[in-house]
Design a protein around this ligand. Structure first.
Ligand SMILES: CC(C)(COP(=O)(O)OP(=O)(O)OC[C@H]1O[C@@H](n2cnc3c(N)ncnc32)[C@H](O)[C@@H]1OP(=O)(O)O)[C@@H](O)C(=O)NCCC(=O)NCCS
Length: 375
């Protein structure tokens, strides 16, 4: 049998070429289109980041204006889709609700039946516009609150918080949400991006590709970690219990949520930015105190192994301080990452080849078939 190199979990196996995002895992640096993430967070908006990723370059003022206007006018959902949200059982996880609604939206989009990249770009724009609406509508419906229609005079981040709470957020709250969305927009070849690309590479449709991304992001080893971090803080309960909790978890080989990364072997630069917001928003809160203590203790225990806080460690504290329900943390990740999924799909389809890896067969060969009544 032919021998192939094997890397469990495809570690260090490049699956595509891309100009979108570069991670320097040793130095803890992240770049979109060659520009450090800190510069995007400081100077840009989520709308501009999303368009830059889709275009693979910085847009002109005119291009951004047109894109922003199109986002604002594409936010609402078809009435039949809103009815579907009302029909979802309230115990549905918001990520599952998002997955189902995105699936359904395909039926209402003429472009879904076109194969060209322009049609896929337009779908990407519509999905970026609609993700916050889906999440906010579902959250309000399950809480027996009236839905709040999108307000086209508000930015992407502002409007999301407005649809969620019914109140226009402060400038500071909008800035925090905008930066959180900027930080999550893309991250090289992660599990959900790869899932989207695998589906797109079969020349399936854009909606199926994005639905695959949502499914992969939901897991606690990926986007679901931000929700798991807050649950972990609740389990820890108090600062005094941190050392005992970590010692016991590490002894049982249990992962500390919000720590570790396949690529970063240094502090995740996104976590650094979110930690600052967490401190500003909730310095006095129990969660922030526990988080700082967990970080301190983990640094002593595992930093030498290259395990540091990742993006999910402080994001939950930030969202919690903004009054957002814990199970919406991963959907917020999706609201941002949909831009990255779509950008990678569009980039890959320009020179597509179907993903078809192999596996190493570990079974026996030429065995005899045994009839069922003789087994
Ligand atoms: C992100 C993650 C899935 C990466 O997984 P991976 O690259 O396959 O790394 P591994 O699970 O093989 O871990 C490598 C080593 O680091 C340890 N490690 C990794 N993350 C850890 C964590 N969060 N807590 C404790 N130990 C951890 C592993 O136990 C393993 O130790 P060993 O070599 O002594 O067996 C993993 O770090 C993790 O599960 N983290 C927690 C979930 C999380 O925060 N995910 C969000 C990622 S942005």
């Amino acid at each position: 049998m032919k021998e192939y190199p094997f890397s469990k979990g495809l570690e260090d196996v490049p699956a595509a070429e891309s100009v979108l995002t570069y991670i320097d895992g040793q130095e803890g640096k992240l770049y979109y289109l060659g520009i450090p993430i800190e510069e995007w967070a400081e100077n840009s908006t989520y709308e501009e980041v999303a368009l830059s990723l889709l275009l693979r370059r910085l847009p002109t003022k005119g291009e951004l204006k047109v894109f922003d206007a199109a986002l604002r006018s594409s936010r609402d959902l078809p009435e039949e889709v809103i009815d579907f949200i009302y029909d979802l059982p309230p115990q549905t996880h918001p990520m599952s609700a998002l997955r189902s609604v995105v699936s359904l939206l395909e039926s209402y989009d003429e472009d879904a039946r076109r194969d060209d990249l322009d049609a896929k770009f337009r779908i990407a724009l519509r999905l970026i516009a609609k993700f916050p609406t889906i999440v906010a509508y579902f959250d309000r419906v399950r809480k027996n609150l009236d839905i709040v229609r999108p307000n086209p005079s508000l930015s992407h981040a502002e409007n999301f918080l407005y649809m969620l709470t019914g109140k226009i957020p402060t400038k500071y709250e909008s800035k925090v949400m905008d930066v959180a969305l900027i930080l999550h927009a893309d991250h090289e070849m992660n599990a959900s991006t790869f899932a989207s690309m695998v589906v797109a590479s079969t020349l399936s449709d854009m909606y199926s590709a994005i639905v695959a991304g949502i499914g992969a992001l939901k897991g606690p080893l990926h986007g679901g970690a931000n929700e798991a971090v807050l649950k972990m803080f609740d389990e820890i309960g108090s600062v005094d219990n941190v050392e005992k909790y970590i010692e016991e978890s590490l002894a049982q080989k249990k992962k500390i949520m919000g720590f570790g990364h396949r690529v970063y072997k240094a502090y995740d630069p996104r976590a650094r930015i979110l930690k600052k917001f967490a401190e500003e928003l909730s310095k006095e809160s129990k969660y922030y105190e526990i988080a700082v203590k967990v970080e301190e203790y983990m640094m002593k225990k595992v930093a030498q192994k290259g395990i540091f806080p990742n993006v999910d460690f402080y994001s939950g504290i930030v969202y919690n301080a903004l009054g957002i329900s814990t199970d919406l943390f991963t959907p917020i990740f999706a609201i941002s990452r949909v831009a990255g999924w779509a950008a990678h799909v569009l980039e890959y389809l320009e020179d597509n080849r179907i993903f078809r890896p192999s596996s190493i067969y570990k079974g026996e060969l030429d065995k005899k078939y045994i009839p069922i009544d003789q087994r």
